[in-house]
Design a protein around this ligand. Structure first.
Ligand code: NAD
Ligand code: THR
Length: 373
């Protein structure tokens, strides 16, 4: 009998059946991954499953970007510092390096990724590596490699090792032919950026692996995320982060989108909490594997008006970037996240006034410290 068939039979016996209550759908032993590296036939014998009583062992890829460090802080509070490993291909600043485990991981290097998962007994993977919308348009081949080939590696490693996998998608996964006001979870998705195309691909591949191999894939479509202590990585919504910095430093801001451009946005604390909540949600509560989440929608003009309430001489001017404007004009104006609210109780905390107060307080104290030194 061929070795693989024998292994499959033995594995079938070891895994039990639905009747014993311990059955989980597992990828077939001869798993047909798309990564150039072939997955060994006995891969699933080396995997450790997450049992409800253990703390998850977490890996975050692309962790040094706008969102990863905040996610690591949140997860470390919940699961313990040493259970959450941050990774990236960049060198971490001192304070991040000393705040918890950090490791080099290039998602294009499948073997390196698998070694990290095996050696650290990873059970949950948050896949944050990506090139965002504006930088993706400036370097399509790199965006294609990181966002598509990298995702294939992550999916294969996650399926082989029975991981729970979170991959963020984005409002950018929709395009000009999608309904824009509001945009529901299920509708036409024909994005016009390599970023958007790669994210639709990620949604579909993750859902396919879930149905085909039982991969516990979970995905949220984030709006534009606004954070105080981390810089955005080159997206279309970056203006809504930079404006706070410039308002306090210079009293003015030059915006690269038109004043009337409405986009869905969210404060980072809401985004990271949603991410943890969907990962902890019981599988039975998830009627879908990819959900829109939202908090607010505003235009540059709305945001400037709100900033003006705190910084009375604040001035905004416009110097429109045609690439970013075309992208924004093809994206949702309002996001319908009613399924997330209904299925797993999603609820945002920050609306526009709280967001602006929080951001200005953060940058205000920062500016005062800088001036005092
Ligand atoms: N920030 C937002 O507004 C927003 C909105 C929607 C979705 N998202 C998604 O959330 C995730 C995190 O976003 P972010 O804003 O932190 O992104 P970011 O651009 O700030 O960071 C991405 C990180 O990926 C790393 N990276 C690039 N190539 C890599 C490789 N080959 N291997 C490993 N890492 C690599 C980069 O070094 C960088 O630190 C992304 O998938 C993004 O698409 C973000
Ligand atoms: C919206 C999001 O995916 C990212 N901030 C971008 O603008 O590209």
């Amino acid at each position: 009998m061929p070795v693989t068939r024998l292994l499959r039979q033995v594995a079938g016996q070891m895994l039990g059946s639905p009747a014993c209550g311990c059955w989980t759908a597992t990828p077939p032993l001869q798993f047909l991954g798309t990564s150039p590296q072939q997955i060994p036939a006995d891969a699933s014998f080396h995997s450790t499953s997450f049992s409800g009583t253990d703390q998850p062992r977490v890996l975050i890829t692309g962790g040094l970007g706008q969102l990863g460090v905040g996610l690591a802080n949140l997860l470390r509070k919940r699961f313990g510092k040493d259970n959450v490993i941050l990774s990236d291909i960049r060198k971490p600043p001192d304070h991040i390096f000393h705040s918890g485990p950090f490791i080099y991981s290039d998602i294009l290097d499948y073997k390196n990724l698998r070694e990290i998962v095996v050696n650290n007994r990873i059970t949950w993977l948050f896949h944050y590596s990506a090139l965002l919308s504006a930088v993706g348009e400036a370097n399509v081949s790199l965006a294609r490699a990181v966002n598509i080939t990298g995702l294939h590696n992550v999916l294969d490693v996650a399926a082989e090792h029975n991981l729970r996998l979170f991959v963020p998608s984005t409002i950018g996964a929709f395009g000009p032919t999608s309904p824009r006001n509001p945009t529901p979870d299920l509708c036409v998705q024909r994005p016009r950026t390599i970023y958007g195309v790669s994210k639709v691909h990620a949604e579909l591949m993750g859902e396919y692996y879930h149905h085909r191999y039982g991969l516990d894939f979970r995905c949220l479509r984030y709006p534009g995320i606004i954070s105080a202590d981390s810089q955005p990585g080159g997206g279309t919504t970056d203006y809504a982060v930079q404006i706070f910095h410039d308002a306090l430093k210079n009293g003015k801001f030059e915006c690269n989108l038109k004043p009337s451009t409405s986009l869905p946005m969210m404060y980072i604390d809401d985004c990271l909490r949603a991410t943890l909540e969907v990962m902890e949600a019981p599988a039975e509560s998830l009627s879908m594997r990819t959900y829109n989440i939202n908090a607010m929608s505003f235009t540059p003009e709305d945001l400037a008006q709100e900033v003006l309430k705190h910084v009375p001489k604040f001035q905004i001017t416009y110097n429109v970037d045609s690439v970013r404007q075309a992208i924004a004009d093809s994206w949702p104006m309002n996001f319908d996240d009613s399924n997330a609210r209904k299925d797993w109780g999603w609820k945002h905390d920050f609306d526009l006034p709280e967001l602006v107060t929080t951001m200005l307080n953060f940058h205000g104290s920062d500016t005062r410290v800088a001036q005092a030194n």
